[in-house]
Design a binder for this molecule. Sequence first.
Ligand code: 5GP
Ligand code: ZN
Length: 114
Amino acid sequence: MSDCLFCKIVAKEIPAEIVYEDDQVIAFKDINPVTPVHILLIPKKHISDLTAIESEDKELIGHLHLTAVKVAEKIGIAKDGFRLVNNCKEYGGQVVYHLHFHLLGGKQLGTRPS
Ligand code: 5GP
Ligand code: ZN
């Protein structure tokens, strides 16, 4: 998707602070962090939002979650814990329409999502 912001980050056309990358996924720091640790995990494949995933993406979505744990361990927040969030479409507060998970941590978070 040539006009997708996160595809441009995947293609290195827009800079990002990348903390992990492999052939399927990339993780980079959010430009406007809401917690001390705020990392975005995305598939390199363009998928607009969580409702657009298909059966063939099962392995990819599992890999994204394993990567979230790996990144959390690398950054040192796995022991205390963290939050993994997906904002899906308008009512979910999604702004960038390339599937992504927010890895949030580094402080005690509230017990309920708002
Ligand atoms: P959403 O609301 O779609 O779940 O979250 C999109 C996230 O992308 C926001 O937290 C926002 O700060 C982040 N973001 C938007 N533009 C950029 C950018 O150019 N670079 C990075 N690293 N993050 C971005
Ligand atoms: Zn994209």
